[in-house]
Design a protein around this ligand. Sequence first.
Ligand SMILES: [Fe+2]
Ligand SMILES: [Fe+2]
Length: 158
Amino acid sequence: MKRREFFSAATGIGVGTLLTGTAAAADKEERPAEKRRQVYECIECEAVVEVLVAGDPPSLVHCDEPMELIEDQTTDPAKNKHVPVIEKVDGGYKVKVGSTAHPMTKSHYITWIELIADGRVHRQYLKAGDKPEAVFHVEAKKVAAREHCNLHGLWKDK
Ligand SMILES: [Fe+2]
Ligand SMILES: [Fe+2]
């Protein structure tokens, strides 16, 4: 199941309706400002992009439609399969997704895991069959983690 099909099934809203609603939001007056490190998705082709430098006015478009912001989530009722867990290990940090291992199949998997260490972003890309975890060889005073599931969006540790 593709993310757009999952979203449509979960919400009961057809993709056509979503596109219409999104197109209405295309008006630059209605769109919130884009911010660095926000992640956006095209619900037509499922391309995912991250904002490195925000534009003004907001203008991210893909497949002729405004891209959808993927909000960070921190609470997962489904046995904590998505919220990343940071563990200190020798010489760095291991980030697992989640406290119950997330599936890593071709249709449902973690696409990447990030460790934000003292403000620097480190990212490990994953593919189906990999373990839903990553080790980052970095020392830092303050760390946070974020991950992206191809079906369920963006998650960060609390
Ligand atoms: Fe697209
Ligand atoms: Fe998922």
